[in-house]
Unconditional design. Sequence first.
Lengths: 255, 284
Amino acid sequence: MEFVKPVLEFDKVCVSYTKQTMAVKYVSAAIERNSITAIMGPSGCGKSTLLRAANLMHNLYPNIHVNGDILLNGENIFQMHPIDVRRRIGMVFQRPAPFPTMSIYENVLAGFTLNGINLSKSEKEEVVENCLKSVSLWNEVKDVLNKKGTFLSGGQQQRLCIARALALKPEVLLMDEPTSALDPIASKHIEELLLQLKKDVTILIVTHNMGQARRISDHSMFMYLGELVEYDNTLKMFENPFDERTKAYLTGKMG
Amino acid sequence: MNDRIFKIILFLAALVMPVVCGGIVYALANDAYDAFNHFGFINFITSDEWNYTQGNEHYGALPFITGTLLTTLLALVFCIPFSLPVSLFVGEYFKGKKIASILSTVTDLLAGIPSIIYGLWGFYTLRPIIMSLNISPQGSGILTASLVLAIMIVPYAASLSAEFIKMVPDELKEGAYSLGATRAEVIRKVIFPIAGSGVFSSYILAIGRALGETMTVTMLIGNTNQLPASITSTGNSMASIIANQFGEADGLRFSSLIAIGLILFLITAIINVVGKVLIKRARI
Protein backbone atom coordinates (compact mmCIF):
# COMPACT_ATOMS: atom_id res chain seq x y z
CA MET A 1 0.00 0.00 0.00
CA GLU A 2 1.17 3.53 -0.76
CA PHE A 3 0.79 6.50 1.54
CA VAL A 4 1.78 10.12 1.01
CA LYS A 5 4.02 10.40 4.04
CA PRO A 6 4.19 7.08 5.87
CA VAL A 7 5.44 7.28 9.44
CA LEU A 8 7.14 3.91 9.31
CA GLU A 9 8.46 1.94 6.32
CA PHE A 10 9.75 -1.61 6.26
CA ASP A 11 12.04 -2.22 3.29
CA LYS A 12 13.00 -5.84 2.57
CA VAL A 13 13.29 -6.62 6.27
CA CYS A 14 14.68 -10.05 7.13
CA VAL A 15 15.19 -11.39 10.64
CA SER A 16 17.00 -14.62 11.44
CA TYR A 17 17.52 -16.37 14.74
CA THR A 18 19.90 -18.97 13.29
CA LYS A 19 22.00 -19.01 10.14
CA GLN A 20 19.80 -21.58 8.39
CA THR A 21 16.31 -20.22 8.98
CA MET A 22 14.71 -16.83 8.53
CA ALA A 23 11.83 -15.90 10.82
CA VAL A 24 10.91 -12.87 8.71
CA LYS A 25 11.53 -12.85 4.96
CA TYR A 26 11.88 -9.69 2.86
CA VAL A 27 8.93 -7.83 4.33
CA SER A 28 8.26 -4.45 2.74
CA ALA A 29 5.38 -2.30 3.92
CA ALA A 30 4.57 1.33 4.67
CA ILE A 31 2.51 2.28 7.70
CA GLU A 32 0.05 5.16 7.49
CA ARG A 33 0.27 7.90 10.07
CA ASN A 34 -2.42 7.99 12.78
CA SER A 35 -3.87 4.68 11.79
CA ILE A 36 -4.13 1.27 13.39
CA THR A 37 -2.43 -1.50 11.46
CA ALA A 38 -3.02 -5.07 12.55
CA ILE A 39 -0.51 -7.85 11.92
CA MET A 40 -2.24 -11.24 11.81
CA GLY A 41 -1.10 -14.77 11.19
CA PRO A 42 -0.78 -18.16 12.82
CA SER A 43 1.71 -18.79 15.66
CA GLY A 44 5.31 -18.73 14.52
CA CYS A 45 4.59 -16.73 11.34
CA GLY A 46 7.03 -14.00 12.40
CA LYS A 47 4.55 -11.27 13.28
CA SER A 48 6.03 -10.54 16.72
CA THR A 49 9.52 -10.82 15.29
CA LEU A 50 8.69 -8.20 12.67
CA LEU A 51 7.16 -5.91 15.30
CA ARG A 52 10.16 -6.19 17.59
CA ALA A 53 12.50 -5.25 14.73
CA ALA A 54 10.83 -1.84 14.58
CA ASN A 55 12.11 -0.65 17.95
CA LEU A 56 15.43 -2.49 17.75
CA MET A 57 14.47 -5.03 20.43
CA HIS A 58 16.54 -7.58 18.53
CA ASN A 59 19.69 -5.56 19.32
CA LEU A 60 19.46 -6.95 22.85
CA TYR A 61 20.12 -10.47 21.61
CA PRO A 62 23.42 -10.79 19.72
CA ASN A 63 22.43 -14.04 17.98
CA ILE A 64 19.50 -12.39 16.16
CA HIS A 65 20.32 -10.76 12.83
CA VAL A 66 18.21 -8.13 11.11
CA ASN A 67 18.71 -7.13 7.48
CA GLY A 68 16.98 -4.58 5.29
CA ASP A 69 15.92 -1.08 6.26
CA ILE A 70 13.29 0.38 8.55
CA LEU A 71 12.57 4.07 8.12
CA LEU A 72 10.99 6.32 10.72
CA ASN A 73 9.80 9.49 8.94
CA GLY A 74 12.27 8.67 6.19
CA GLU A 75 15.21 8.24 8.55
CA ASN A 76 16.87 4.84 8.84
CA ILE A 77 16.50 3.59 12.40
CA PHE A 78 19.59 1.38 12.10
CA GLN A 79 21.64 4.56 11.81
CA MET A 80 19.94 6.21 14.77
CA HIS A 81 20.82 5.68 18.42
CA PRO A 82 18.78 2.70 19.73
CA ILE A 83 17.75 4.67 22.81
CA ASP A 84 16.41 7.46 20.64
CA VAL A 85 14.54 4.97 18.45
CA ARG A 86 12.93 3.29 21.45
CA ARG A 87 11.77 6.58 22.92
CA ARG A 88 10.11 7.50 19.64
CA ILE A 89 8.72 4.02 18.99
CA GLY A 90 7.12 2.72 22.20
CA MET A 91 6.12 -0.81 22.95
CA VAL A 92 3.45 -2.65 24.94
CA PHE A 93 3.93 -6.35 25.63
CA GLN A 94 1.69 -9.37 25.74
CA ARG A 95 1.65 -9.75 29.50
CA PRO A 96 0.99 -6.61 31.53
CA ALA A 97 4.27 -6.03 33.38
CA PRO A 98 4.37 -2.85 35.46
CA PHE A 99 7.64 -2.55 37.40
CA PRO A 100 6.81 -4.35 40.66
CA THR A 101 9.03 -2.21 42.87
CA MET A 102 7.50 1.06 41.64
CA SER A 103 4.22 2.70 42.54
CA ILE A 104 1.54 3.52 39.94
CA TYR A 105 2.83 7.09 39.88
CA GLU A 106 6.45 5.98 39.42
CA ASN A 107 5.48 3.48 36.74
CA VAL A 108 4.00 6.21 34.55
CA LEU A 109 7.19 8.22 34.98
CA ALA A 110 9.50 5.21 34.52
CA GLY A 111 10.48 6.30 31.01
CA PHE A 112 11.87 9.53 32.44
CA THR A 113 13.55 8.10 35.54
CA LEU A 114 15.09 5.26 33.55
CA ASN A 115 16.61 7.77 31.17
CA GLY A 116 17.80 10.03 33.94
CA ILE A 117 15.51 12.89 32.84
CA ASN A 118 14.56 15.11 35.77
CA LEU A 119 11.13 16.69 35.81
CA SER A 120 9.84 19.21 38.31
CA LYS A 121 7.11 18.07 40.67
CA SER A 122 4.40 19.94 38.76
CA GLU A 123 5.61 18.54 35.42
CA LYS A 124 5.53 15.05 36.89
CA GLU A 125 2.00 15.48 38.18
CA GLU A 126 0.88 16.82 34.83
CA VAL A 127 2.43 13.89 32.92
CA VAL A 128 0.94 11.33 35.31
CA GLU A 129 -2.53 12.85 35.20
CA ASN A 130 -2.57 13.32 31.41
CA CYS A 131 -1.23 9.87 30.65
CA LEU A 132 -3.56 8.12 33.07
CA LYS A 133 -6.47 10.12 31.67
CA SER A 134 -5.59 9.18 28.12
CA VAL A 135 -5.82 5.49 29.03
CA SER A 136 -8.98 6.23 31.10
CA LEU A 137 -7.34 4.97 34.26
CA TRP A 138 -7.19 8.28 36.12
CA ASN A 139 -10.58 8.07 37.82
CA GLU A 140 -9.92 4.53 38.96
CA VAL A 141 -6.47 5.11 40.47
CA LYS A 142 -6.19 8.81 41.34
CA ASP A 143 -6.55 8.03 45.06
CA VAL A 144 -4.12 5.12 45.11
CA LEU A 145 -1.23 6.52 43.06
CA ASN A 146 1.25 5.45 45.73
CA LYS A 147 0.24 1.82 45.66
CA LYS A 148 2.35 -0.66 43.72
CA GLY A 149 1.39 -1.12 40.06
CA THR A 150 0.99 -4.83 40.61
CA PHE A 151 -1.91 -4.09 42.97
CA LEU A 152 -4.15 -3.35 39.95
CA SER A 153 -6.20 -5.83 37.94
CA GLY A 154 -4.74 -7.31 34.74
CA GLY A 155 -6.61 -4.91 32.45
CA GLN A 156 -5.70 -1.92 34.61
CA GLN A 157 -2.06 -3.05 34.64
CA GLN A 158 -2.05 -3.22 30.85
CA ARG A 159 -3.54 0.28 30.61
CA LEU A 160 -0.85 1.41 33.07
CA CYS A 161 1.77 -0.05 30.73
CA ILE A 162 0.22 1.82 27.80
CA ALA A 163 0.30 5.03 29.87
CA ARG A 164 3.95 4.33 30.67
CA ALA A 165 4.73 4.03 26.97
CA LEU A 166 2.68 7.14 26.07
CA ALA A 167 4.45 9.27 28.69
CA LEU A 168 7.44 9.66 26.38
CA LYS A 169 5.11 10.90 23.58
CA PRO A 170 6.15 8.29 21.02
CA GLU A 171 5.19 8.66 17.36
CA VAL A 172 4.52 4.95 16.97
CA LEU A 173 3.18 2.45 19.50
CA LEU A 174 3.99 -1.21 18.92
CA MET A 175 1.65 -3.64 20.64
CA ASP A 176 2.43 -7.33 20.86
CA GLU A 177 -0.91 -9.10 21.49
CA PRO A 178 -1.76 -6.65 24.27
CA THR A 179 -5.12 -8.22 25.12
CA SER A 180 -4.32 -11.93 24.89
CA ALA A 181 -3.77 -12.21 28.65
CA LEU A 182 -6.94 -10.26 29.49
CA ASP A 183 -10.60 -11.13 29.95
CA PRO A 184 -13.13 -10.03 27.26
CA ILE A 185 -14.32 -6.95 29.16
CA ALA A 186 -10.80 -5.69 29.81
CA SER A 187 -9.94 -6.44 26.16
CA LYS A 188 -12.92 -4.43 24.93
CA HIS A 189 -11.82 -1.54 27.11
CA ILE A 190 -8.33 -1.60 25.57
CA GLU A 191 -9.77 -1.78 22.05
CA GLU A 192 -11.91 1.31 22.66
CA LEU A 193 -8.87 3.02 24.08
CA LEU A 194 -6.77 2.29 20.98
CA LEU A 195 -9.43 3.85 18.73
CA GLN A 196 -9.17 7.05 20.80
CA LEU A 197 -5.37 7.00 20.90
CA LYS A 198 -4.84 6.80 17.15
CA LYS A 199 -5.42 10.53 16.74
CA ASP A 200 -2.12 11.08 18.57
CA VAL A 201 -0.07 8.03 17.80
CA THR A 202 0.31 5.46 15.04
CA ILE A 203 -0.48 1.99 16.30
CA LEU A 204 0.95 -1.27 15.01
CA ILE A 205 -0.70 -4.20 16.72
CA VAL A 206 0.06 -7.90 16.52
CA THR A 207 -3.03 -9.96 17.15
CA HIS A 208 -4.18 -13.54 17.14
CA ASN A 209 -7.72 -12.42 17.28
CA MET A 210 -9.23 -11.85 13.82
CA GLY A 211 -12.30 -10.24 15.34
CA GLN A 212 -10.12 -7.71 17.08
CA ALA A 213 -8.25 -6.87 13.89
CA ARG A 214 -11.55 -6.38 12.08
CA ARG A 215 -13.04 -4.23 14.84
CA ILE A 216 -10.21 -1.77 15.34
CA SER A 217 -7.71 -1.76 12.49
CA ASP A 218 -7.64 0.42 9.39
CA HIS A 219 -5.15 -1.77 7.57
CA SER A 220 -4.23 -5.40 8.03
CA MET A 221 -1.22 -7.50 7.24
CA PHE A 222 -1.42 -11.25 6.93
CA MET A 223 1.85 -13.07 7.52
CA TYR A 224 2.54 -16.71 6.89
CA LEU A 225 5.83 -18.60 7.43
CA GLY A 226 7.76 -15.34 7.71
CA GLU A 227 6.35 -13.78 4.54
CA LEU A 228 4.02 -10.86 4.26
CA VAL A 229 1.30 -12.53 2.19
CA GLU A 230 -1.18 -9.72 1.99
CA TYR A 231 -1.44 -6.12 3.15
CA ASP A 232 -4.60 -4.15 2.48
CA ASN A 233 -7.50 -2.20 3.89
CA THR A 234 -8.91 -4.27 6.72
CA LEU A 235 -12.46 -4.30 5.34
CA LYS A 236 -11.28 -5.22 1.88
CA MET A 237 -9.05 -7.98 3.17
CA PHE A 238 -11.78 -9.51 5.28
CA GLU A 239 -14.41 -9.31 2.57
CA ASN A 240 -12.36 -10.12 -0.44
CA PRO A 241 -8.93 -11.54 0.31
CA PHE A 242 -6.56 -11.61 -2.64
CA ASP A 243 -4.49 -14.61 -1.66
CA GLU A 244 -5.75 -18.15 -1.10
CA ARG A 245 -3.75 -18.47 2.12
CA THR A 246 -5.29 -15.32 3.57
CA LYS A 247 -8.70 -16.62 2.66
CA ALA A 248 -8.00 -19.98 4.29
CA TYR A 249 -6.81 -18.25 7.47
CA LEU A 250 -9.67 -15.79 7.67
CA THR A 251 -12.28 -18.48 7.12
CA GLY A 252 -10.71 -20.69 9.76
CA LYS A 253 -9.51 -23.38 7.39
CA MET A 254 -5.92 -22.73 8.44
CA GLY A 255 -4.79 -21.63 11.89
CA MET B 1 1.72 -52.46 58.70
CA ASN B 2 4.92 -52.26 56.68
CA ASP B 3 4.05 -48.70 55.88
CA ARG B 4 3.73 -47.91 59.56
CA ILE B 5 7.13 -49.39 60.43
CA PHE B 6 8.75 -47.48 57.59
CA LYS B 7 7.18 -44.30 58.85
CA ILE B 8 8.50 -44.88 62.38
CA ILE B 9 12.02 -45.57 61.09
CA LEU B 10 11.94 -42.38 59.01
CA PHE B 11 10.65 -40.42 61.96
CA LEU B 12 13.38 -41.71 64.28
CA ALA B 13 16.11 -41.05 61.73
CA ALA B 14 14.83 -37.53 61.20
CA LEU B 15 14.72 -37.01 64.95
CA VAL B 16 18.47 -37.65 65.26
CA MET B 17 19.41 -34.24 63.81
CA PRO B 18 17.42 -32.03 66.19
CA VAL B 19 18.63 -34.22 69.08
CA VAL B 20 22.28 -33.82 68.02
CA CYS B 21 21.82 -30.08 67.60
CA GLY B 22 20.14 -29.78 70.98
CA GLY B 23 22.87 -31.93 72.51
CA ILE B 24 25.60 -29.66 71.18
CA VAL B 25 23.91 -26.58 72.57
CA TYR B 26 23.38 -28.34 75.90
CA ALA B 27 27.01 -29.49 76.14
CA LEU B 28 28.28 -25.99 75.24
CA ALA B 29 25.97 -24.32 77.74
CA ASN B 30 26.87 -26.82 80.42
CA ASP B 31 30.62 -26.26 80.05
CA ALA B 32 30.26 -22.50 79.58
CA TYR B 33 28.26 -22.16 82.78
CA ASP B 34 31.34 -21.77 85.01
CA ALA B 35 32.71 -18.85 83.00
CA PHE B 36 29.39 -17.00 82.81
CA ASN B 37 28.80 -17.69 86.49
CA HIS B 38 32.22 -16.47 87.54
CA PHE B 39 32.46 -13.31 85.43
CA GLY B 40 28.84 -12.59 84.65
CA PHE B 41 27.59 -12.66 81.05
CA ILE B 42 27.79 -8.91 80.41
CA ASN B 43 31.20 -8.60 82.02
CA PHE B 44 32.45 -11.61 80.06
CA ILE B 45 31.55 -10.18 76.67
CA THR B 46 32.68 -6.62 77.50
CA SER B 47 35.98 -7.34 79.19
CA ASP B 48 39.11 -7.19 77.02
CA GLU B 49 41.44 -8.93 79.43
CA TRP B 50 42.60 -12.45 78.66
CA ASN B 51 45.00 -13.43 81.42
CA TYR B 52 45.79 -17.01 82.31
CA THR B 53 48.57 -16.42 84.86
CA GLN B 54 47.86 -18.62 87.86
CA GLY B 55 46.21 -16.61 90.62
CA ASN B 56 45.50 -13.67 88.34
CA GLU B 57 43.09 -15.45 86.01
CA HIS B 58 40.68 -13.24 84.15
CA TYR B 59 38.90 -13.98 80.90
CA GLY B 60 36.97 -11.62 78.66
CA ALA B 61 35.72 -12.26 75.13
CA LEU B 62 35.67 -8.72 73.76
CA PRO B 63 38.96 -8.90 71.77
CA PHE B 64 37.76 -12.06 70.03
CA ILE B 65 34.21 -10.88 69.38
CA THR B 66 35.80 -7.73 67.93
CA GLY B 67 38.25 -9.83 65.90
CA THR B 68 35.45 -11.95 64.45
CA LEU B 69 33.17 -9.03 63.62
CA LEU B 70 36.04 -7.00 62.15
CA THR B 71 37.40 -9.79 59.93
CA THR B 72 33.88 -10.66 58.78
CA LEU B 73 32.92 -7.10 58.01
CA LEU B 74 36.16 -6.37 56.15
CA ALA B 75 35.86 -9.65 54.25
CA LEU B 76 32.36 -8.61 53.19
CA VAL B 77 33.59 -5.19 52.03
CA PHE B 78 36.50 -6.73 50.07
CA CYS B 79 34.28 -9.43 48.59
CA ILE B 80 31.61 -7.17 47.06
CA PRO B 81 33.78 -5.68 44.25
CA PHE B 82 34.50 -9.23 43.06
CA SER B 83 31.26 -11.07 43.74
CA LEU B 84 28.90 -8.43 42.37
CA PRO B 85 30.53 -8.25 38.92
CA VAL B 86 30.65 -12.05 38.77
CA SER B 87 26.96 -12.32 39.61
CA LEU B 88 26.03 -9.69 36.99
CA PHE B 89 28.27 -11.36 34.40
CA VAL B 90 26.69 -14.76 35.02
CA GLY B 91 23.12 -13.65 35.75
CA GLU B 92 22.65 -10.83 33.25
CA TYR B 93 25.34 -9.97 30.70
CA PHE B 94 26.18 -13.51 29.63
CA LYS B 95 23.11 -15.29 31.00
CA GLY B 96 22.82 -18.78 29.55
CA LYS B 97 26.05 -18.46 27.55
CA LYS B 98 28.90 -20.91 27.73
CA ILE B 99 31.30 -18.31 29.07
CA ALA B 100 28.94 -17.66 32.00
CA SER B 101 28.81 -21.32 32.93
CA ILE B 102 32.61 -21.52 32.73
CA LEU B 103 32.98 -18.50 35.01
CA SER B 104 30.42 -19.75 37.51
CA THR B 105 32.03 -23.20 37.56
CA VAL B 106 35.44 -21.69 38.23
CA THR B 107 34.00 -19.45 40.94
CA ASP B 108 32.21 -22.39 42.54
CA LEU B 109 35.49 -24.29 42.41
CA LEU B 110 36.90 -21.70 44.83
CA ALA B 111 34.32 -22.89 47.35
CA GLY B 112 35.72 -26.40 47.17
CA ILE B 113 39.31 -25.51 48.04
CA PRO B 114 40.13 -26.67 51.60
CA SER B 115 40.64 -23.78 54.00
CA ILE B 116 44.12 -25.01 54.90
CA ILE B 117 45.15 -24.31 51.28
CA TYR B 118 43.83 -20.76 51.55
CA GLY B 119 45.74 -20.45 54.82
CA LEU B 120 48.98 -21.61 53.19
CA TRP B 121 48.51 -19.31 50.24
CA GLY B 122 47.79 -16.40 52.54
CA PHE B 123 50.77 -17.20 54.72
CA TYR B 124 53.39 -17.72 52.00
CA THR B 125 52.11 -15.47 49.23
CA LEU B 126 49.93 -12.70 50.58
CA ARG B 127 51.74 -12.12 53.90
CA PRO B 128 55.11 -11.27 52.26
CA ILE B 129 53.30 -8.86 49.94
CA ILE B 130 51.68 -7.12 52.91
CA MET B 131 55.12 -6.92 54.53
CA SER B 132 56.87 -5.57 51.45
CA LEU B 133 54.16 -2.90 51.08
CA ASN B 134 55.00 -1.82 54.65
CA ILE B 135 51.37 -2.20 55.68
CA SER B 136 52.32 -4.15 58.77
CA PRO B 137 55.72 -5.38 60.02
CA GLN B 138 54.74 -8.98 60.68
CA GLY B 139 52.44 -9.35 57.66
CA SER B 140 49.81 -11.29 59.50
CA GLY B 141 46.84 -9.61 61.13
CA ILE B 142 43.21 -8.75 60.73
CA LEU B 143 43.67 -7.24 57.26
CA THR B 144 45.53 -10.26 55.89
CA ALA B 145 42.98 -12.67 57.29
CA SER B 146 40.09 -10.59 55.91
CA LEU B 147 41.54 -10.46 52.40
CA VAL B 148 41.81 -14.24 52.20
CA LEU B 149 38.42 -14.63 53.86
CA ALA B 150 36.96 -12.33 51.19
CA ILE B 151 38.18 -14.63 48.41
CA MET B 152 36.73 -17.60 50.25
CA ILE B 153 33.24 -16.14 50.48
CA VAL B 154 33.07 -14.75 46.91
CA PRO B 155 31.61 -17.99 45.50
CA TYR B 156 28.87 -18.09 48.15
CA ALA B 157 27.81 -14.52 47.56
CA ALA B 158 28.24 -14.59 43.77
CA SER B 159 26.46 -17.79 42.80
CA LEU B 160 23.38 -17.17 44.93
CA SER B 161 23.16 -13.51 43.83
CA ALA B 162 23.40 -14.62 40.22
CA GLU B 163 20.39 -16.90 40.73
CA PHE B 164 18.32 -13.98 41.98
CA ILE B 165 19.50 -11.72 39.16
CA LYS B 166 18.58 -14.43 36.64
CA MET B 167 15.09 -14.65 38.10
CA VAL B 168 14.20 -11.07 37.14
CA PRO B 169 11.65 -11.63 34.34
CA ASP B 170 12.72 -10.76 30.78
CA GLU B 171 9.48 -8.90 30.19
CA LEU B 172 10.39 -6.35 32.88
CA LYS B 173 13.85 -5.86 31.41
CA GLU B 174 12.42 -5.55 27.89
CA GLY B 175 9.80 -3.15 29.25
CA ALA B 176 12.59 -0.94 30.52
CA TYR B 177 14.61 -1.23 27.31
CA SER B 178 11.52 -0.34 25.28
CA LEU B 179 11.34 2.93 27.23
CA GLY B 180 14.84 3.77 26.05
CA ALA B 181 16.81 2.67 29.09
CA THR B 182 20.46 1.68 28.75
CA ARG B 183 21.75 -1.55 30.20
CA ALA B 184 23.34 0.21 33.17
CA GLU B 185 19.99 1.87 33.94
CA VAL B 186 18.15 -1.43 33.61
CA ILE B 187 20.58 -2.98 36.10
CA ARG B 188 20.38 -0.08 38.53
CA LYS B 189 16.70 0.73 38.35
CA VAL B 190 15.00 -2.55 37.43
CA ILE B 191 17.22 -5.54 38.23
CA PHE B 192 18.65 -4.40 41.58
CA PRO B 193 15.39 -3.18 43.09
CA ILE B 194 13.73 -6.48 42.18
CA ALA B 195 16.60 -8.86 42.95
CA GLY B 196 17.89 -6.68 45.80
CA SER B 197 16.48 -8.55 48.75
CA GLY B 198 17.69 -11.84 47.30
CA VAL B 199 21.16 -10.43 46.65
CA PHE B 200 21.19 -9.02 50.19
CA SER B 201 20.26 -12.39 51.67
CA SER B 202 23.04 -14.13 49.74
CA TYR B 203 25.52 -11.74 51.35
CA ILE B 204 24.02 -12.56 54.77
CA LEU B 205 24.71 -16.24 54.12
CA ALA B 206 28.25 -15.39 53.01
CA ILE B 207 28.70 -13.57 56.33
CA GLY B 208 27.52 -16.69 58.10
CA ARG B 209 30.28 -18.58 56.35
CA ALA B 210 32.95 -16.01 57.22
CA LEU B 211 32.01 -15.81 60.91
CA GLY B 212 32.97 -19.37 61.70
CA GLU B 213 35.91 -19.85 59.36
CA THR B 214 38.68 -21.17 61.59
CA MET B 215 41.75 -22.59 59.89
CA THR B 216 42.54 -19.74 57.50
CA VAL B 217 41.98 -17.10 60.15
CA THR B 218 44.03 -18.95 62.74
CA MET B 219 46.95 -19.13 60.32
CA LEU B 220 46.80 -15.47 59.30
CA ILE B 221 45.44 -13.34 62.12
CA GLY B 222 48.61 -13.27 64.22
CA ASN B 223 47.21 -14.73 67.45
CA THR B 224 47.43 -11.96 69.99
CA ASN B 225 44.88 -11.61 72.73
CA GLN B 226 44.59 -7.83 72.97
CA LEU B 227 41.87 -5.72 71.50
CA PRO B 228 43.10 -4.87 67.97
CA ALA B 229 44.18 -1.24 67.68
CA SER B 230 43.65 -0.97 63.92
CA ILE B 231 42.78 -3.22 60.99
CA THR B 232 46.46 -3.90 60.33
CA SER B 233 47.18 -5.11 63.87
CA THR B 234 47.21 -8.72 64.90
CA GLY B 235 44.41 -10.26 66.90
CA ASN B 236 42.32 -13.35 67.34
CA SER B 237 38.84 -14.25 66.23
CA MET B 238 36.44 -16.31 68.34
CA ALA B 239 37.17 -19.38 66.26
CA SER B 240 40.94 -18.86 66.20
CA ILE B 241 41.32 -18.35 69.98
CA ILE B 242 39.52 -21.63 70.53
CA ALA B 243 41.64 -23.41 67.94
CA ASN B 244 44.82 -22.00 69.46
CA GLN B 245 44.16 -22.66 73.11
CA PHE B 246 41.73 -25.55 73.55
CA GLY B 247 44.50 -28.15 73.85
CA GLU B 248 46.19 -26.60 76.85
CA ALA B 249 43.14 -25.20 78.64
CA ASP B 250 41.45 -26.47 81.73
CA GLY B 251 39.26 -25.12 84.52
CA LEU B 252 38.02 -21.59 84.09
CA ARG B 253 40.02 -21.02 80.92
CA PHE B 254 38.45 -24.08 79.32
CA SER B 255 35.01 -22.92 80.37
CA SER B 256 35.70 -19.46 78.94
CA LEU B 257 36.71 -20.94 75.59
CA ILE B 258 33.52 -22.98 75.51
CA ALA B 259 31.56 -19.85 76.38
CA ILE B 260 33.11 -18.11 73.36
CA GLY B 261 32.15 -21.13 71.29
CA LEU B 262 28.56 -20.89 72.50
CA ILE B 263 28.38 -17.20 71.61
CA LEU B 264 29.85 -17.90 68.15
CA PHE B 265 27.34 -20.70 67.64
CA LEU B 266 24.45 -18.41 68.53
CA ILE B 267 25.63 -15.53 66.32
CA THR B 268 26.15 -17.89 63.36
CA ALA B 269 22.78 -19.56 63.92
CA ILE B 270 20.96 -16.21 64.04
CA ILE B 271 22.72 -14.96 60.88
CA ASN B 272 21.86 -18.17 59.01
CA VAL B 273 18.23 -18.11 60.09
CA VAL B 274 17.90 -14.45 59.07
CA GLY B 275 19.51 -15.24 55.70
CA LYS B 276 17.21 -18.18 55.03
CA VAL B 277 14.10 -16.24 55.99
CA LEU B 278 15.12 -13.39 53.67
CA ILE B 279 15.75 -15.83 50.82
CA LYS B 280 12.31 -17.36 51.23
CA ARG B 281 10.74 -13.92 51.14
CA ALA B 282 12.80 -12.86 48.13
CA ARG B 283 11.61 -15.67 45.83
CA ILE B 284 9.67 -13.84 43.18
